[in-house]
Structure formats: structure tokens, C-alpha cells
Design a protein. Structure first.
Length: 224
């Protein structure tokens, strides 16, 4: 019987362990891969405090509806309506908190087709020259000249996670998702590193549906 070849990530892990052993360094932290979480990021909006008050009233604060996987991040109890150039709307667009230093909306490609806007694929925060729209809240309206993007698929990592995989912030990896009779490979997964991050991949709802993420049997990160 011919055994299947080992995965690239396993080979890389074994090589790193061998190198550390030769250097006399501790390898116990490298013997087990960190727990990988892959989540579908549904359409949502980030707001500045100024725009929170425009949409929800002076002195308004975002309230916690549900805590998210990343420490301190939450889906708020507040939602808005997004209006596109064809006067088509996306109601109940969820606001994520806490507030940020810019206002940004993240949509899936299907959403952009429905609204009739050209939404560029960007890293979060890179909104210059992106699409705009009108956002309606219970107390006011925000006209966005830019800020609507399709968030580039990405992975959140702590420095320890990045060291394990041998990558740095700004580099790219590959995500392999295996579901029943369906294996999907996502390249160009942007690496984001911060001491506050837990290991988590974010893909949008279109990507999650195409790989049958809800029934995935295995997800693996591979260094590109």
C-alpha cells in the first residue's frame, strides 16, 4: 500500500523542529500546531464615534449584541440601511465595535452585484478610491464618498503563531478547506500579526459557501 505524501505544513514543522534541535533550542512549543479557527465574515460596517452619533443620535454608544472571537471585538446591537446607486438597499447591516478611526463597509461580491457598485478587494483600512454609498440610521444619514470594500481574505495571528508557521505580517499563505467531496484552496491569504490576536482566518460569505465551510472536515494553513 502506498501512503500519501505528508502535507507541506507538516514537512515545514518537522524541518523547523530539526533545526531548533541542532541549535539546542527548546522545541516543545513547536510539537503541536496551534488551534486554527476559520470563520465566515458576513457583511458589516465599522464606524467612527462621530458617525455613530450622526446615525444614532448625539452621545450614542455602540452596545454589545454578541462578542466575537477576537478579544474585545463585538457585533453591536445597532444596524443601518445601505443604499446603492440603483436605489437597491441592504437593510439591517450590522455595526461591529468598538469604534475605529475610519468608517468602512465590508461586503461580499454578491452584495456588490446586487447593489450595482464596483467593490475593490482591499486590506481592511485601505479605502482610498473605493466605492461609496449612503447609510441611513434612525437619527441621520452618512454619505460615504468611499469606504465600501470587499475585505481581502486574511488570517489573524499572534507573534507566536507567526513564528510557528514561519511567516511575517504582510506576507501571504494558503488556506485548504476539505469538505465532503469538495476540497477548496484559497491563495493570497493576507497575514496580520498582533499580540492581541488569536489564530483565526476570515473569509467572506461567498467564499464560505463555495467551499462548504459549514461542513468542512479539515482546514489547514500552508505557507505560500
Amino acid at each position: 500500500m502506498t501512503l500519501p505524501p505528508p502535507s507541506r505544513s507538516l514537512v515545514e514543522t518537522l524541518i523547523r523542529q530539526s533545526l531548533y534541535a541542532q541549535l539546542g533550542r527548546e522545541t516543545s512549543t513547536l510539537t503541536a500546531a496551534p488551534t486554527l479557527v476559520v470563520n465566515s465574515s458576513a457583511r458589516h460596517m465599522h464606524l467612527t464615534q462621530e458617525n455613530v452619533e450622526i446615525l444614532f443620535g448625539k452621545g450614542a454608544q455602540l452596545t454589545v449584541h454578541k462578542w466575537l472571537y477576537q478579544e474585545g471585538q463585538f457585533a453591536s446591537g445597532q444596524t443601518v440601511t445601505l443604499v446603492g446607486p440603483r436605489d437597491r438597499i441592504i437593510p439591517n447591516l450590522r455595526i461591529l465595535g468598538p469604534c475605529r478611526n475610519l468608517t468602512q463597509i465590508e461586503l461580499a461580491y454578491t452584495d456588490s452585484i446586487y447593489l450595482g457598485i464596483n467593490v475593490p478587494v482591499r486590506a481592511s483600512g485601505d479605502i482610498k478610491g473605493s466605492a461609496g454609498g449612503v447609510v441611513i440610521g434612525p437619527k441621520g444619514v452618512v454619505e460615504m464618498k468611499e469606504g465600501i470594500i470587499r475585505a481581502a481574505r486574511h488570517v489573524h495571528m499572534s507573534p507566536a503563531d507567526a513564528a510557528f508557521y514561519g511567516v511575517k505580517a504582510g506576507q501571504h499563505m494558503t488556506l485548504l478547506v476539505e469538505a465532503e467531496k469538495c476540497s477548496t484552496r484559497f491563495d493570497d491569504l493576507l497575514v496580520r500579526v498582533d499580540p492581541s490576536f488569536k489564530l483565526e482566518v476570515h473569509i467572506d460569505t461567498d467564499e464560505a459557501n463555495c467551499c462548504d465551510l459549514a461542513r468542512a472536515k479539515r482546514c489547514e494553513l500552508i505557507r505560500s
